[in-house]
Design a protein around this ligand. Structure first.
Ligand code: UD1
Length: 382
């Protein structure tokens, strides 16, 4: 069984790590497989890519495609152009893609057109909002995939409604949570809070953690300004720590919004907490980020993965969107949709600061064994 797995952007690395480990474990126990990893390099900065390979102990990819940034059409086309010869040379039994980024859909389409079967991990999620590039990627990838591995029951229902046969849908759980549970101990030993001066001091100081990178939140000056204004209001009450995505950093500078933030901190430098200002950090690696997330009083984010991770950690999460493709994080988890309205954001944050951590009710199959189930299914079916 030869499996060609694809990664491209930051969340992909977190999702692929347990799958590669499960494939390696199957091999050790005598079930032959050949695993080839391709990195499109949609994300290429060290702190967006190499740091994750190191933290998650992912093997060096056999292929790096050097695709880089571009418009959607350019990036997608360039990935397809560079991925096609790899599939032709390797002739895998299966191409495995994860998540919903441009690398996911581009490689699924390339493989399908070459007659190679596709497995999609994290299939069936729908925000029903086609203005999100990821929604288009999800729908197209699922349409092209023969094996649809899902994380939550809503995804199974979406796929059935779209006419996917039940025998192609495999409810296996959540590989992002596999990574979280596998790395939790390591994260407890991270010194990131000490380095940033965020340990609880005699004033009982805690912090809020922000991440935000969706074009719908950061690409319009008024909206970005309103959001940063809300975070800086919150920063009068509690330190607000923001490891900032390169897209967002560029927009803050371009739109002249630097008065809301501290000057960029150097990696490893301590966060200067200044009331009323957001403390910006460079993007940070997976283990340190897990520590930052689990120690936060409240997380404010537009990331899909963090809605799931905070659910698993019991940390309140204010989701800076009007919809989510991950509804289980609202019903069983800790997430609340607050959109981009400053009043809702601040009310949500005050509620979270008062109520603190929530008791854990983990969604079904979020038990750290999703990758094992995926690999078992592939052995049964291929
Ligand atoms: C991509 C995914 C998004 C995912 C996010 C996680 C798509 C359509 N979007 O969004 O679903 O949530 O990754 O981070 O696939 N840049 C750098 N260094 C890098 C990578 C990007 O500076 O290593 C900058 C470039 O200016 C680039 C911009 O960030 O133009 C956006 O990168 P891109 O990969 O196009 O989309 P993301 O916003 O990262």
């Amino acid at each position: 069984m030869k499996i060609l797995s694809v990664v491209g952007a930051r969340p992909n690395f977190v999702k692929i790590a347990p799958i590669l480990r499960a494939l390696a474990a199957a091999k050790v126990s005598g079930r032959h497989n050949e695993s080839v990893l391709v990195h499109t390099e949609q994300h290429y900065d060290d702190n967006m890519s190499a740091a994750f390979f190191a933290d998650l102990r992912i093997e060096r990819p056999q292929y790096t495609l050097g695709v880089g940034s571009g418009t959607h059409a350019v990036q997608t086309a360039e990935i397809m152009r560079r991925f096609e010869p790899v599939v032709i040379d390797e002739r895998p039994d299966l191409v495995l893609v994860v998540g919903d980024v441009n690398s996911t859909v581009a490689c699924a389409l390339t493989a399908a057109k070459l007659g190679v079967r596709v497995a999609h991990v994290e299939a069936g999620l729908r925000s029903f909002d086609r203005s999100m590039p990821e929604e288009i990627n999800r729908i197209a990838t699922d349409a092209l995939s023969e094996y649809l591995f899902t994380t939550e029951e809503a995804a199974n229902a979406n796929l059935q409604r779209e006419g996917h046969p039940a025998e192609q849908i495999f409810f296996v759980g959540n590989v992002m949570i596999d990574s979280l549970l596998a790395c939790r101990r390591l994260a407890e030993r991270s010194q990131v809070l000490e380095r940033l001066g965020l340990t609880r001091d005699s004033y009982g100081r805690d912090y809020a953690l922000v991440t935000m990178h969706r074009p719908s939140n950061v690409d319009a000056p008024d909206k970005l300004s309103a959001l940063l204004g809300a975070f800086s209001d919150l920063a009068w009450e509690i330190p607000v720590i923001f490891p900032v995505h390169p897209r967002t950093r560029k927009r803050i500078e371009e739109f002249g919004l630097t008065h809301f933030v501290h000057p960029m901190l150097q990696p490893g430098g301590s966060a200067v907490i200044c009331p009323g200002r957001i403390s910006l950090l460079e993007p940070i690696g997976y283990i340190d980020f897990l520590r930052l997330m689990s120690g936060a009083r409240v997380v404010l984010t537009d990331s899909g993965g963090m809605q799931e991770e905070t659910t698993c950690l019991g940390v309140p999460c204010l989701t800076l969107r009007e919809n989510t493709e991950r509804p289980v994080t609202l019903t069983a988890g800790t997430s609340t949709l607050v959109g981009a309205d400053p009043a809702r954001i601040l009310a949500g944050a005050h509620g979270a600061l008062q109520n603190g951590k929530r008791p854990l009710t983990l969604p079904p199959l979020w038990d750290g064994r999703a990758a094992e189930r995926i690999v078992r299914t592939l052995y049964e079916r291929l």
